[in-house]
Write a protein that binds this ligand. Structure first.
Ligand code: GDD
Ligand code: MG
Length: 324
C-alpha cells in the first residue's frame, strides 16, 4: 500500500512561528511532528506521498537533510487546494486502497490493523475515530451498530454533533474516492466529498489510545506531553550537568549545562540554555538562546529566538529571531 499525507495547511493558529516554519516541522519530544506521523506508517509501505503546499520548499529542504527511512515523494500545490484538492493533486498512482493521513495529529494507531478491518468490511473507506469531550474542532461521525458511519458532520455546533466520536485524521480509502473530488479547485474533503461517500459504505475504526490535534499552542504542548509519556513511560531524562525534572529531549548539539528543568521540554538543534536558567513545558526550536537566570514556561519559541538574562517568558509563542 501507499500512503498520502496532507501537509499543506497554513498553520494559522500557530503563528507567528508558522510564518517561517510549517507546523509539521515543529519538534515534539525531540522529533518533528511529521516524523511522529511517519512512525505510524507500516515499514513495508511502498511509497509515502506528501501533499504539500504552504512552505513546500522548506519541507523539501528538511527532507533532503533528514531523509526518512521509507521512500517519500512530495507533490506541491501551486495554490492551496484544501484537503480534497490536495488528495486529488497528489493522488496520481495511488494504491487501491491507500492510507490518508493528516500530518498534525498524534495517536498510537495500528494502521495495518485498520487496513485489515477495511478489507474485512468492504465499502469505500474506513476512518479512524477517537472519542473526545469537545467535538467542536473536529469532524464528527455517527455509527450504526455494525460500525458503519451513518452521518458525518465537519465541525458542527455542539448541539448538532451526532456523537463524541471524531475523525482522528487516519483513514484507509479506495482509490476511486480520489476521482470523486471535483478537479481544478479547492475542495474540503470532509465537507464536500465525505458525506456523499457514506452511501457507498464507510466504516469506523475506533482508536482507544491518547489523541491530539496539535493545531494550537495549548494542544501542541499537550501533544508533546502525551508523546513523552508514551515513549518514555513518564520517565524523566535530563541533559548531562542539568538539574530538576525531565523528560527533556536534547536534539543535535543542544547544550544546557547548569540549567534547571521542569518536565516536558524539547531543546532543538543547537539550542543553548545558560546556567541558572529554568525551562519547563516548552519547545525551543533551532538555535534558541536562553541567557542566565531566565525562565521559560509553557512557551513555544521559534528558531533563533533570544531570551535575555533574568527574563521571564510564560505561555508565549514567539516567531523566528525575536529578542525577548
Ligand atoms: N495539501 C494540502 N492542501 N493539505 C492541507 C490543506 C491544503 O490546502 N489544508 C489543510 N491541509 C492539511 C493540514 O496540513 C493537516 O495535516 C490536514 O490537512 C488537516 O487540516 P487542518 O487544517 O489541520 O484541519 P482540522 O484540524 O481543522 O480538521 C481536520 O482534522 C481533524 C482531526 O485533527 C479534519 O480532517 C477533521 O475532520 C478532523 O477531525
Ligand atoms: Mg488539524
Amino acid at each position: 500500500m501507499k500512503a498520502l499525507i496532507l501537509i499543506g495547511g497554513f498553520g494559522t493558529r500557530l503563528r507567528p512561528i508558522t510564518y517561517s516554519v510549517p507546523k509539521q516541522l515543529i519538534p515534539l519530544a525531540g522529533k518533528p511532528m511529521l516524523f511522529h506521523v511517519l512512525d505510524l506508517v507500516p515499514s513495508d509501505i511502498e511509497e509515502v506521498v506528501l501533499a504539500t503546499g504552504y512552505k513546500a520548499d522548506v519541507i523539501d529542504a528538511f527532507l533532503r537533510e533528514h531523509p526518512p527511512s521509507m521512500p517519500v515523494r512530495t507533490v506541491p500545490e501551486a495554490e492551496p487546494l484544501g484537503t480534497g484538492g490536495g488528495m486529488r493533486n497528489a493522488g496520481d498512482g495511488m494504491s487501491d486502497p491507500f492510507f490518508l493521513l493528516n500530518s498534525d495529529v498524534i495517536a498510537r494507531v495500528d494502521l495495518r490493523e485498520m487496513a485489515r478491518q477495511h478489507a474485512a468490511h468492504g465499502g469505500v473507506g474506513t476512518m479512524g475515530l477517537v472519542e473526545v469531550e469537545d467535538t467542536r474542532p473536529y469532524g464528527v461521525a455517527a455509527l450504526d451498530p455494525d460500525e458503519r458511519i451513518r452521518e458525518f458532520v465537519e465541525k458542527p455546533e455542539p448541539k448538532d454533533a451526532p456523537s463524541h466520536w471524531i475523525n482522528a485524521g487516519f483513514a484507509v480509502w479506495n482509490r476511486e474516492v480520489i476521482d470523486r473530488v471535483p478537479p481544478g479547485r479547492a475542495v474540503s474533503f470532509e465537507r464536500e466529498v465525505l458525506p456523499g461517500l457514506l452511501d457507498h459504505g464507510v466504516y469506523g475504526y475506533r482508536i482507544s489510545s491518547y489523541f491530539d490535534d496539535a493545531g494550537t499552542p495549548e494542544r501542541l504542548l499537550r501533544a508533546q506531553r502525551l508523546l513523552f509519556d508514551d515513549h518514555r513511560g513518564g520517565k524523566g531524562t535530563l541533559p548531562i550537568g542539568a538539574f530538576g525534572k525531565g523528560p527533556v529531549a536534547l536534539m543535535a548539539g543542544a547544550k544546557a549545562t547548569g540549567a534547571s528543568f521542569g518536565p516536558y521540554v524539547t531543546l532543538g538543534p543547537g539550542v543553548v540554555v545558560e546556567p541558572g536558567a529554568h525551562v519547563e513545558n516548552s519547545i525551543l526550536m533551532d538555535e534558541v538562546h536562553v541567557a542566565r537566570d531566565a525562565t521559560v514556561s509553557g512557551s513555544i519559541l521559534g528558531p533563533k529566538v533570544r531570551v535575555g538574562s533574568s527574563h521571564r517568558l510564560v505561555n508565549q509563542v514567539l516567531g523566528e529571531g525575536v529578542e525577548a
